[in-house]
Ligand binder design. Sequence first.
Ligand code: CA
Length: 718
Amino acid sequence: MTRSIALSSLIFASLVTLAGCKREAPAVPAASDVAAPAKIVDSARISASDSEPGNWLSTGRGYNEQRYSPLDRITTGNVASLGLAWTYKVDVDRGAEATPVVADGVMYTTGAYSIVYAINAKSGELLWKYDPQINRAKSGNACCDVVNRGVALGHGKVFVAAFDGRVVAINAKDGSKAWETDASDGTGRTFALTGSPLLIGKRVLVGSGGAEFNARGYVSAFDIDTGKLAWRFYTVPGDPKKPDENPALTLARKTWTGDQYWQQGGGGTVWNGMAYDPETDLLYFGTGNGVSWNKLERGEPDGDNLFISSIVAVKATTGEYVWHYQETPNDNWDYDACANIVLADVEFQGQPRKVLLHAPKNGFFYVIDRTSGRLLSAEKFAPTTWATHVDLKTGRPVVDQKVADWSKEAKIVAPGPFGAHNWQPMSFSPKTGLVYIPVQDVASLMAPHKAPGFDNREGVWNIGGDLPLPDDDKVIAQIAGSLKGRLVAWDPIAQKQVWSQTHANIWNGGTLATAGNLVFQGTADGRVVAYSADRGEKLWESPANSGVMAGPVSYEIDGEQYISVMAGWGGVFPLIGGAIANYAKVRPEARVLSFKLGGKASLPAPKNEVVPLPELQALKADDKTLAHGAELFLGACAPCHGLNAVGGGVIPDLRYLTPDKHAIFAGIVAGARSDRGMPSFAGRFSLDEVEAIRQYLIKRSHDLKAALDAQAAPVAAK
Ligand code: CA
């Protein structure tokens, strides 16, 4: 009995953020300093990014985060001859979510566990590597893999927001550490950094994640020379016995009830998606869900719960609140407002408007006046049932509670928590006026906990409900078949789809639009694809050996235009959604792929290991113990090892645990394999609880064997 799974050892998480900055006097001599081996990247250069189309200086290229390249050597007419210029294999085969940045011939990117790479962008040769040595015992400190969404460049340094909560400044020249600082709030709560930082002036802006783990959301601004905290904006109110950290929180507190919210951290984490407008000095960021997802389990039957699931604008120099727009008041569905934010200057109803474009998990495409925060329009860009529409007079969604309120009884809600559009970045082409969105049709069954008295625990997912998934393989296949990924070209002014391309799976990559009338996107089934931007015709594709989630970039060296993207399957879908994601049979090989016209480099053959189902352990637990084990598994183990203990191909499928691992199971749970990325749960569970989890896994191994035997039977009969 064999079964093909991809074996890859480790885990990580990431994010993407962007911003824009105002032209300001450069703090260092720039063009005149001929002795410098490379020019200094600063806010002025990022603000004027269109004047140097050959570079990609900040995650979203410019502060407007449009992810649009003005380069046009690669066109609809010649893209068919695009080939690999080089590839670079990163250390850890876990989710690769970083958008590389490219400055003056050097690419800077990150892989799993926040490892930073500086690569010759013409040849693919490694210049230096910086490994922040994340404690892998803490690999479970984020919901969604040990990923990282990339670095910020500035004034000779490279900034990474490391998974374990440190912000590290690295000298761009040689990869040595300049400084590091702790970005935690000092409470000891579980949180993680996965997003790319943003350079604004002489500061680096960093958000944080962990709203599934009782984190409190905030954005921090650190001085780039010293690492000293300049300001911090908390997104939800804290301990009422202490003064509110900013005046906006005093107003926000009125939208919460009781004490549970601040005792549990509150959520509203800024784990992705920042943008900046240098003209107004406004920094825009999106906030995540509350703790817990289930509004009743966080004691909030109807409060708006500011500023969760909102776009917030603050002054970048001071962190002072300016405006907010809450996309999902009283969020009950994990509708993080953390998808990337795009700024554009457009004509709206005959008037020039400075707008903010956003397509968050909740399924509505928002056009917001970014100077005032006023909602201009909001329409559904994907199947969406939780609200009928957004009332433009009040700016509020009209929620269909009958359809969508799962806090007391199970409901199928669209979109589900994977989101109609998650962190995979969308792009905007000023040439076509269209936004290119990696859309997902993802209705999900959401259900309150079966057992009364939800137990909020530090260090595990506290979503306040179950994500029930039937363990019948045929039903799983049906669900997998119903999840559709699409690349959608969206007209943000008319609020309608112009074209779309359907993919085999959800969890496809971010997009890049170019002046060559092209849109590039990697896919979950392991390809990099180019389409015409105006009509959506597929013109080219290349294999990637791995699912691709990250956003591509474009740059130019010596008259040649390159398209680069990180391949590397991982993140929340293949981890928690293993049983569904498994249908794609995607590998997690993580590498940078860089293409150019006439490129002749080749991709190494994909790994494909076949692992047999080991000898089964005896099942000794009764039904009650198994149910308890299943519930514990859901909170602590399923986020990485998959619902129903079915792996998605990135990290080990625990139904395949070998007898020697069963023998030391309690030790593994307590951290014995933390060097391999298995988090330590020491002290979190009693020995009886650990054994209940193990018995549940044994049951799932027996279930698998029965299913494989049933499949094999007709073949054997032939
Ligand atoms: Ca979330």
